[in-house]
Design a protein around this ligand. Sequence first.
Ligand SMILES: NC(=O)c1ccc[n+]([C@@H]2O[C@H](COP(=O)([O-])OP(=O)(O)OC[C@H]3O[C@@H](n4cnc5c(N)ncnc54)[C@H](OP(=O)(O)O)[C@@H]3O)[C@@H](O)[C@H]2O)c1
Length: 285
Amino acid sequence: MIVVTGATGQLGTLVVEGLINQVPVEQIAVVARDAAKAARFGELGVEVRVGDYDDPASLADAFGPNEKVLLISGSEVGRRAPQHKAVIDAAKRAGVALLAYTSILGGPAADFELAREHQITERYLIDSGLPYVLLRNGWYHENYTGNLAEAVAAGALTTSTGPGARVASAARSDFAAAAVAVLTTEGHANREYELSGDEAWTFDEFAAEAARQTGGDFKVNRISGEELRGILTGQGVPDPIAAILVGVDVAITEGLLATRTGDLAALIGRPTVPVAEAIAKGLKA
Ligand SMILES: NC(=O)c1ccc[n+]([C@@H]2O[C@H](COP(=O)([O-])OP(=O)(O)OC[C@H]3O[C@@H](n4cnc5c(N)ncnc54)[C@H](OP(=O)(O)O)[C@@H]3O)[C@@H](O)[C@H]2O)c1
């Protein structure tokens, strides 16, 4: 049995869809905090188990002996270390065969605040003695293409990254395909994969590509970290989270999300989706 947590999220949905294409549906289970949200998987024959990362007792029956588990990191920044610990504890008690975790590119070397909970989780997972896989995911293309129509309407991509900063982002669907690969093939136990796109683009290159595709004027609007923090809090983002997001731009400027190892293309067996393709998709959405 292959069990996916966080299955009702964007990455999880792509992973479950990928698994359904590759293994018999009766060998797939999902763990969701909201059974209603997972009902569409249930209708396809996937086993739906209810469990909340915040409630260790709810995870008691989430996993079974010899199952392969994908722990998709939670989305509530600041609460994730105890949440992930609860999942790992439950998986260990159940005697799972493998636990793959969606971490952050660079792992222990990712020296920025958003990475801390991933680093704590990686350590806890390794120390648990469970056979593990660290899927160290880089940035999603969709972080930039998800609201591209809005940015195009505003005429600029706003960033507090410095000139020349590069991001080796990749499509969420490619990270999902990598997770499917480690869950459906052998030889991944106790391995760490540094997952990122084949190309590392600059914000000027990104804006030029969006301008080329739209035929309009589209530029980079470089602002300071403090300005970005103000914009984010003005949009209702809590200040500590805004500070963490500004920290990501600092990390990008330092090159921490530009690492390219080829691990992602190797796992999925093809080149990664180019950012230009993601821009085209973002513009159509
Ligand atoms: N690499 C990147 O660029 C990037 C960007 C954003 C996030 N991430 C990380 O990657 C993860 C997956 O990305 P995504 O795009 O799929 O995010 P997402 O759509 O927000 O999905 C997050 C998933 O985690 C589940 N979850 C959150 N808190 C939970 C809890 N207390 N108990 C059980 N499940 C819980 C959510 O359940 P519900 O469906 O019930 O909400 C959802 O299924 C994120 O959670 C985050 O850790 C990475």
